[in-house]
Design a protein around this ligand. Structure first.
Ligand code: ADP
Ligand code: 5GP
Length: 206
């Protein structure tokens, strides 16, 4: 029987490079499924509904909350963001390693519900690089960039709740390290309980 997939949560300050890392991880390796979140923020140029996010109205998002369709949700700089439950459960059952790219409040709620989830926090090499990346991306107004940098300072207070830090300096090195950390989870005892039971019965029959 195929083992259940790993649930990996990836967080990090806005502009740290999470989206870029996710893209490279999925391009380089096979067994990953990236969860697509729902949000009430507007699509950026080049983003498509159902690809980067499911873009919803506040009313539609709140209905999903009421119907318990989300594993977790949070407010981030004036908008809702949340993780649809069905996709995550289905892909994990298929043995896929599922990635949630979500902010810190959501990450903590996921850990409560899925204690075996691995929590990764992506950091830029330094704060100035973060500001430059966020500005260089050119997708947000100065006001929103300021709000996101303030939010980064708040989020930095919660990093100890994570299992691992990944420094996104050299992109390829960071992707490789992320892959290694997630794949390492397959060796956890809690991930192999059936195998252990199987071995116990085989040993009794010797
Ligand atoms: P996030 O999803 O964390 O908000 P993005 O993936 O959008 O961040 O990256 C923010 C900006 O930084 C983008 O313009 C991206 O091209 C750039 N970037 C990401 N990773 C690196 C890296 N390792 N080195 C240099 N620039 C990077
Ligand atoms: P952005 O607007 O830059 O795409 O995302 C803003 C923040 O929302 C990022 O920190 C991102 O990780 C987070 N985020 C994206 N999807 C979800 C989600 O489903 N739940 C939570 N809690 N945060 C999310």
């Amino acid at each position: 029987m195929k083992n259940k997939g790993i649930l990996a949560v990836v967080s990090g300050f806005s502009g740290a490079g999470k989206g870029t890392l996710m893209k490279a991880l999925l391009q380089n390796y096979d067994n990953y499924a990236l969860s697509i979140s729902a949000t009430t923020r507007s699509p950026r140029e080049g983003e498509a509904d159902g690809r980067e996010y499911f873009f919803l109205t506040e009313e539609a998002f709140e209905e999903k909350i009421r119907n318990n369709e989300l594993i977790e949700y949070a407010r981030y700089v004036n908008h809702y963001y949340g993780t649809p439950r069905d996709y995550v459960e289905q892909k994990m059952a298929e043995g896929k390693d599922v990635i949630l790219e979500i902010e810190i409040q959501g990450a903590l709620k996921v850990k409560e519900q899925y204690p075996d989830a691995i929590l990764l926090f992506v950091m830029p090499p330094n704060a100035l690089t973060l500001k430059n990346r966020l500005t260089g991306r050119g997708t947000e107004t100065e006001e929103v960039i300021d709000a996101r940098l303030k939010r980064a300072a708040d989020e930095a207070e919660g990093i100890e709740a994570y299992d691992y830090i990944l420094i996104n300096d050299d992109l390829d090195a960071c992707v490789e390290q992320m892959h290694c950390l997630i794949q390492g989870q397959h060796c956890r005892v809690s991930q192999n309980l059936e195998l252990i039971q199987q071995m116990r019965s085989q040993l009794k029959e010797l």
